[in-house]
Unconditional design. Structure first.
Length: 205
């Protein structure tokens, strides 16, 4: 049986690893969903010293990135198909939106040739934005803000999923009028989302 330690915004380390009732830390495997916020990793089943992990250290083309680790032998690439061999031991910030990666992927399915990369980018950027927002919000109001942010971001992705690109879907029978309405609806959701953020933070001052 495991329980999750409360998520807290702090510098460098995030206390959101899973622990059992005795307080012993259990293994958190490096995955596609959590890699963007991982700071240090070590090989599964070892007591090796943790090494720095760099998510998207270099871009090698449209939607293509190289992840690296720093070892005694220097910096080397770590491919996603090798993630499962490593455990995450330190995070940059909590995974407030980590569970929404697949939703974000589906949101870009009809509008991008690189839906997975776009989804990762959105989750990473919006979560960083959320972490920065929380620094301006009193602790007693943070859970309320995170819950509302999560819900509104989910609605934003839902609206985005109804948008398409004829370059992706193909131009045959593409309904431009319907798609323009979907784009307008998404823009409205986007504006409402950021207006809400500003109002909430202003009310905390």
């Amino acid at each position: 049986m495991t329980e999750e330690v409360g998520k807290k915004v702090c510098e460098g380390t995030v206390a959101d690893l899973m622990k059992d009732k005795t307080g012993k830390q259990t293994v958190v495997t490096l995955t596609r969903k959590n890699a963007y916020r991982v700071k240090k990793i070590r090989k599964q089943g070892t007591d090796d010293k943790a090494v720095l992990f760099h998510f998207r250290k270099r871009c090698t083309g449209m939607g293509s990135y190289v992840h690296t680790i720093e070892t005694a032998d220097g910096e080397t690439e770590l491919h996603p198909n090798e993630f499962e061999k490593w455990e995450a031991v330190e995070f940059l910030y909590p995974g407030y939106l980590e569970d929404m990666l697949d939703i974000a992927y589906n949101a870009y399915r009809w509008s991008s040739f690189e839906p997975e990369a776009r989804a990762e980018t959105d989750i990473m950027q919006y979560e960083r934005q959320l972490v920065e927002d929380l620094k301006q919000i009193p602790e007693e109001k943070q859970n309320e803000y995170v819950s509302a942010y999560h819900s509104k971001f989910s609605a934003l992705l839902g609206s985005l999923s109804r948008c398409a690109s004829p370059m992706v879907t193909g131009p045959a029978k593409f309904n431009c009028q319907c798609n323009n309405k979907a784009l307008d609806a998404y823009q409205k959701r986007f504006d409402e989302f950021h207006d809400w953020r500003n109002r909430f933070k202003s009310a905390m001052k």
